[in-house]
Design a binder for this molecule. Structure first.
Ligand SMILES: Cc1cc2nc3c(=O)[nH]c(=O)nc-3n(C[C@H](O)[C@H](O)[C@H](O)COP(=O)(O)O)c2cc1C
Length: 148
């Protein structure tokens, strides 16, 4: 499994940068990635693929607007996703009671659809003094390095 579909939910662009940093980290590990900035389930390869889902949370625990279509499609699909592995990165702010709810909820939804979780999500708290791109790419290098 050397092919990764990077599925991005972002309102203000921060999660896009994180996804791009992950794409670079994956490339260094010889993975081929496809970035989906307006994810459409019909266009995302699933069989024997790894999905890297990167999403922020907006509103009060809501999915980003560009991500909602994918969530709706996934909720309704009868597609066999049992050969799809996934791993999730969430961006959020722990000042909200709904910290990273979008990442937590998509994680649950993917499991309910038969996808196989590679690892517990990485939840990045943007209220802390962190470099999210650096943190995410290091984590991805560790997680995917263990798969190779
Ligand atoms: C209007 C608004 C609502 C937000 N709501 C939440 C929330 O409910 N839970 C959370 O963890 N973070 C929340 N955040 C924080 C964002 O998830 C965080 O700033 C993230 O880095 C934004 O990523 P993006 O640039 O990819 O959209 C909110 C931010 C804004 C501006």
């Amino acid at each position: 499994m050397k092919s990764v579909q990077i599925i991005v939910g972002s309102m203000l662009g921060g999660t896009e940068y994180v996804a791009e940093a992950c794409e670079e980290a994956l490339s260094a590990l010889d993975y081929t990635s496809t970035l989906h900035l307006t994810p459409d389930l019909n266009e995302i390869a699933s069989k024997n693929q790894i999905w890297l889902v990167c999403t922020s949370t907006h509103g009060a625990g809501d999915y980003p607007d560009n991500f909602q279509q994918f969530v709706d499609q996934l909720t309704e699909t009868t597609q066999d996703l049992t050969h799809t592995h996934f791993i999730t990165i969430g961006l959020g702010d722990s000042n909200y009671d709904t910290f990273c709810h979008a990442a937590k909820n998509i994680n649950k939804l993917l499991i309910s659809k038969g996808c196989t979780k590679i690892h517990e999500p990485l939840l990045l708290d943007m209220s802390q003094d962190i470099d999210p791109e650096d943190a995410a790419s290091k984590w991805i290098t560790t997680q995917f390095g263990q798969l190779s």
